[in-house]
Design a protein around this ligand. Structure first.
Ligand code: FES
Ligand SMILES: [Fe+2]
Length: 408
């Protein structure tokens, strides 16, 4: 559990909040690059960390993100004309460059110097790996985009996906680091009751956690015969990223919980392979606004008969099963003071502890190191059988990062 005070601290991300300030030290994947398909394409609405923004692609092809409220008389720049390296407000024609400079003010006298005094808030944005990344923090602390492995693979070796979730971002992140839910929430039932998950029937994993240079490594150990353990090691990468351990020979899955505001989020997922094409099957069926067909409003199309005979939940789709539980944990923003955490919640506890530690340090003026160490994000998750005497910390140091090992 968390105190009500810490629950507020860790979940709320608007401007000026402690978690919001921490999030603003990191680049975030804010859009799919294809949402801005070509130079001078229509601008789109973007809400990120509780701020209303407008995104557009300039004539020279660079993505740009501005505060959406025109500094003249607060019209919405979403209606704007995207033309010649800038966005022009349709109300009185003021025009802004990608950097927020007011480059034209056609309704003021020609010799007026007023435009030079106007600056629209603008955030740096770059295309990388199929996403537009945005940095909303202090310019003097601008970091590099983290060096995830999938950013470098050919585009047919990654499948980039985005979906809307009707809950606070932390509920999604906690689901990603919580390995003990999988055999239940994503499990199947048969005549003998609940079935083995990923060929392993141990439903009481022993958890261990280690703080690392990227955040925390969360290890779940399961029995695998007399001589071996089955280890699943999930990296939690600050501030909102994970890599799901893959079942044998399947692809890696990277996730990001990106806050729209305190009560809604986008879940970004990248399925990737270092050596082969991965196809384009969507992670969840969504409409043009990235909303799933199965939602809270239609009970995720739960099938109670299926729940009796085949599926633990009766809800179709692994991601939708996650959404069903995450979008309503006593509502869209869970009251963690009312929880009862057990030994299997160690990963969740470690994730919260690390986020709270970083945001409290930042409140005291200590900047986080991770945003300025892009190389520590060059990771894979691990899922493997190993001799019982092998220490998982050694497995992680050796196999989780290619090249230099993980520092703990
Ligand atoms: S409100 Fe935008 S130009 Fe007047
Ligand atoms: Fe899940």
């Amino acid at each position: 559990m968390l105190s009500k005070h810490d629950n507020e601290l860790i979940t709320r991300v608007g401007p000026g909040t402690p978690m919001g300030e921490l999030m603003r030290r990191y680049w975030l994947p804010a859009l799919l690059s294809e949402e801005l398909p070509e130079p001078d394409c229509p601008p789109i609405r973007l809400r990120l960390l509780g701020e209303d923004l407008v995104a557009f692609r300039t004539t020279s092809g660079r993505p740009a993100v501005l505060d959406t409220w025109c500094p003249h008389r607060n019209a919405n720049l979403f209606w704007g004309r995207n033309e010649e390296e800038g966005l022009r407000c349709v109300y009185h024609g003021w025009k802004f460059s990608a950097d927020g400079a007011c480059v034209d003010m056609p309704n003021e006298p020609a010799r007026s110097k007023f435009a030079e005094k106007i600056h629209q808030p603008a955030y740096p944005a770059v295309d990388k790996g199929g996403f537009v990344w945005v940095y909303m923090g202090p310019p003097e602390h601008t970091p590099e985009v983290p060096h995830f492995e999938w950013l470098d693979v050919p585009s047919d070796q990654r499948n980039v996906h985005k979906r809307f979730q009707d809950c606070n971002w932390l509920q999604n992140l906690e689901g990603e680091v919580d390995s003990s839910h999988a055999p239940f929430l994503h499990g199947s039932v048969g005549p003998g009751g609940i079935q083995p998950y990923n060929a392993n029937s141990d439903r009481q994993p022993v958890f261990e956690v280690l703080e690392t240079d990227f955040g925390a490594a969360i290890a779940a150990r399961r029995e695998a015969g007399p001589e071996q353990f089955y280890w699943r090691i999930t990296p939690f990468m600050l501030p909102c990223y994970t890599i799901v351990p893959r079942a044998r020979d399947t692809n890696y899955i990277w996730t990001a919980a990106v806050p729209i505001d305190d009560l809604t989020m986008f879940g970004m997922t990248v399925i990737w392979s270092p050596d082969k094409s991965v196809g384009r099957t969507p992670v969840v069926e969504t409409d043009a606004s990235f909303r799933a067909r199965q939602t809270k409003a239609n009970d995720y199309l739960i099938d109670r008969q299926l729940q009796k005979t085949e599926s633990f939940t009766g809800i179709r789709g692994v991601r939708v099963q996650d959404m069903a539980v995450q979008e309503d944990q006593r509502g869209p923003l869970s009251d963690r003071s009312r929880e009862h955490l057990g030994a299997s919640d160690l990963g969740v506890i470690a994730t919260r502890r690390l986020l709270l530690k970083q945001l409290k340090a930042l409140q005291k003026g200590q900047e986080p190191k991770q945003p300025h160490s892009p190389e520590v994000y060059h990771l894979r998750s691990l899922a493997l059988n190993a001799a019982r005497e092998t220490a998982w910390q050694d497995l992680m140091r050796e196999h989780m990062r290619l090249g230099a090992g993980v520092q703990t």
